[in-house]
Design a protein around this ligand. Structure first.
Ligand code: ADP
Length: 160
């Protein structure tokens, strides 16, 4: 059984993330999409909110597990019996950081390979940060995120 972990901050999950997930499920027997509970970033959505959005946005697939993790990704991958880490590559500027992470993770745990997938070109410019920025400024992000995320953004950014 080939298992992959797809980790990310997912603040919030976008159609670009879902595109990568759709590709990954075709390659692996099981994909664990997992929210990094990351204290060094200060996300718009809390860890639990990001996890709840994943649970609502990800279509129920028999071979997709939704989870969250803390600590070293390679330790988590090992615990999940994953042999691969899935990451999305949009543009060359993603590459440097991803390359460094992939080689570091390999150094920490030889048995886990990082697999890079490219999204449909219509998502190559899309990121959670651009979605947050547009939504904050009152723009329409309905083409970029699933409906549940759209609602959550409206609620979160509603002027009080
Ligand atoms: P992180 O903070 O770990 O980079 P993100 O949630 O920003 O988490 O992204 C998780 C993964 O999804 C990363 O590999 C990122 O490159 C990828 N990703 C994000 N947006 C897109 C997109 N529009 N198309 C393809 N991959 C994407």
């Amino acid at each position: 059984m080939k298992i992959a972990v797809y980790p990310g901050t997912f603040d919030p999950i976008t159609n670009g993330h879902l595109d990568i997930l759709d590709r990954a499920v075709k390659l692996f027997d099981k994909v664990v999409i997992s929210v990094a509970r990351n204290s060094s970033k200060s996300p718009l959505f809390t860890d639990d909110e990001r996890l709840a959005l994943l649970q609502k946005a990800v279509r129920q697939h028999a071979n997709v597990e939704i989870d969250s993790f803390q600590g070293l990704l390679v330790d988590y991958a090992r615990a999940k019996k994953a042999t691969a880490i899935v990451r999305g590559l949009r543009v060359i500027s993603d590459f440097e950081y991803e390359f460094q992470m992939a080689l570091t993770n390999r150094r920490l745990h030889e048995e886990v390979e990082t697999v890079f997938l490219m999204p449909n070109e219509k998502y190559t410019y899309l990121s959670s940060s651009i979605v947050r920025e547009i939504a904050r400024l009152g723009g329409d992000v309905s083409d970029f995120v699933p409906k549940v995320v759209l609602e959550a953004l409206k609620k979160k950014l509603k002027p009080s």
